[in-house]
Design a protein around this ligand. Structure first.
Ligand code: 13P
Ligand code: SF4
Length: 348
């Protein structure tokens, strides 16, 4: 989705009303002016994930979206510099697709608990235990993991990709909740190895399974509970509850809708209800509220993504000024990971 840009100071004040104090608006206006000038002079594009804080999302990002939409945008751009306002694995994906371009991520602390939960060696161990079984990885993984997998997926196409693979069994890593949600909706059995003292031993895995997953979780979405939903429903009987598929299968089952971050945005835009609870990173509630002033977004803002939160408007400017922090992927790994990403892009 294209974002509004080049707004006047008073237009920015109106847009961000209630989200940032008025006193900050001149600073935001000045920073956005500098960002826009640098984008032009350096032929740069800013991609912004739906979780970015309102000033970055509404004023700095040229293209906004979920992981799949930004992956597609990265594959198409003709800009020389890509500033990825999202976490490192997302910027890495953009670099894998654009080896000749400079890809920058505005913070050097933008990790992800899912991406950090599994290594390339872990995938090799799974392939040894289940030889010949196709391996699907969530896009929330680093390049060395994608390099070991056949195809990747996002929250927007996981179910479609898994159910289209012609195999009795599938390895799907690293999010045990996303895998559990796909298993639930496709009627497949899932097994997940246990993590004991930091190690996962896949050699003992056995039982009734069609999906073999991995004990990885999103540190944000794992915190939402069915009790949160019940409390919201008792306070607002008409509320629509939306859960990202990284939430537990119990939470997804108790919700009215589950989908990628962009699917959640679309649901709120197109649904006539007055109250919505989005069980996902809180900043997205702010962004949706700005675009839908007639709807109330009930937010659980004590649950935040500590990684996405490290990216600010000032960092975005500094990324353009100092051309930092540049993302690099060794060529041998990039080529293997590219095959895995392209298999998804060609699939969708
Ligand atoms: P989406 O692909 O739905 O934007 O999700 C990315 C993510 O990291 C959610 O936590
Ligand atoms: Fe990773 Fe969870 Fe943050 Fe998304 S919300 S980037 S899955 S830690």
């Amino acid at each position: 989705m294209r974002s509004p840009r080049n707004l006047s100071l008073s237009e920015i004040q109106t847009l961000l009303k209630g989200m940032v104090p008025d006193i900050e608006v001149p600073f935001i206006y000045d920073t956005v002016e500098k960002i826009n000038a640098l984008k032009k002079s350096k032929n740069a594009v800013v991609l912004g994930h739906n979780y970015m804080e309102p000033a970055v999302y509404h004023l700095a990002a040229d293209i906004r979206g979920d992981s799949l939409e930004l992956c597609r945008a990265a594959a198409k751009t003709d800009a020389e510099i890509i500033v990825f306002c999202g976490v490192e694995f997302m910027a890495e994906t953009a670099k894998i697709l654009n080896p000749q371009k400079k890809v920058l991520v505005p913070s050097d602390k933008a990790g992800c608990s899912l991406a950090g939960s599994i290594t390339g060696a872990d995938v090799r161990a799974l392939k040894e235990r289940f030889p010949g079984v196709p391996v699907v990885c969530y896009i929330n993984t680093y390049a060395e993991v994608k390099a070991e997998c056949d195809i990747c997926c996002t929250s927007g196409n996981a179910e479609h990709i898994i159910s289209s693979l012609k195999s009795d069994t599938i390895i799907f890593v690293p999010d045990e909740y996303l895998a559990g949600n796909v298993a639930r909706s496709t009627g497949k059995h899932i097994i997940v190895p246990k993590r004991v003292g930091g190690t996962v031993d896949v050699r003992q895995l056995s039982g009734d399974y069609e999906i073999v997953s991995w004990p990885g979780k999103c540190e944000v979405h794992e915190q939402f509970t069915v009790a949160d939903i019940e409390q919201a429903r008792s306070q607002y009987p008409d509320i629509a509850v939306l859960a990202h598929p990284e939430c537990s299968p119990e939470v997804v089952a108790a919700s009215d809708f589950s989908g990628s971050t962009s699917a959640m945005i679309k649901y709120v835009r197109e649904n006539k209800k007055a109250h919505f609870l989005c069980l996902t990173e809180c900043a997205m509630g702010d962004n949706i509220a700005i675009d839908n002033p007639d709807k109330e977004l009930v937010r659980l803002c004590s649950v935040r993504c500590p990684h996405m939160k490290t990216i600010t408007l000032k960092d975005t400017l500094n990324a353009l000024v100092y051309e930092r922090y540049e993302v690099m992927v060794p060529e041998e790994i990039r080529l293997k990971a590219l095959r895995c990403i392209n298999n998804m892009l060609n699939f969708s």
